[in-house]
Design a protein around this ligand. Sequence first.
Ligand SMILES: [Zn+2]
Length: 313
Amino acid sequence: MTAVQKLSADLWQCNLPFQGEDEIIGPYLLAGNKELAIIDPGPTTTVPALLDALREAGFQPEEVTHILGTHIHLDHMGGTGTLLESMPKAQIYVHRKGAPHLVDPTKFIASATRIYQDQMQELWGEIKPVPQERIHTLDDGEILTVAGRRLEVHYTPGHAIHHVVFFDVHSGALFAGDIAGVHLPNVNYVRPPTPPPDLDLDDWFNSLDKMKRLYPDLLYLAHFGAVRNPTQHIERLREKLITWGNFILGAVRDGKSEAEITQMLKAHTEPEVVRLAGSKDILKKLELATNYSMTVQGYLRYWKKKQPDSVLS
Ligand SMILES: [Zn+2]
């Protein structure tokens, strides 16, 4: 599998092997006007692969001028501090609510450790802080001029309170991070990534409506690649967010434990995925992109903390 694929003039997608699997972590490279930008560069564990991909596309790491983060989760921005060591010109662009956690990742690491436990190092590697002066904080409605393009910044909470999307108005491409879900190549299935602690369904639905109103021609997902039917895809994601949420809420009301609910959700959803993919190989890849226990933890926290009445009734 090649590490980098040209999508259009001056736009590439990287395929960074992650835990032995392809097409899960997919940063985008944008070039133009003597600038080079990376959207969602990925975790520290895939930094060597990203540097290889840059060179394969014909660039040197020192040429990178912008690192744009849709949000600061470790699989999107965890490698930033390490990357800066070989990218002296690069400025970081993230939403203002995410920026403090790049500067001091202590709290963020503690929160991620509750999800990934003893797998933290193996999955994400060392998380180095990013110097404050290298960060440009983003707000909703901001317009960036990057790599010869006009990129609109739209605040899209729901998956994370520090999530934005970048809309390239001229090409119609929307760089959607995780708010448009997980969809792997050649499998007609969308999975909702619903981690704690920020999951908020109302915010997420508003973000989906906001993306639809932009009328993008295509979505570029972080996990993984292009989606060419944005409206249908967005509605399928909304439906999955609702049905998974109701399934988990029902199990909570029935008094099931977190471990039991995780097993129930797997049993309830895996047959559909395997049928659509035509193979069980898809299960490991999806689990690496967004795992079931994180999904359940996210919903449980959401229902209990943000919708406490729903759990009781
Ligand atoms: Zn995420």
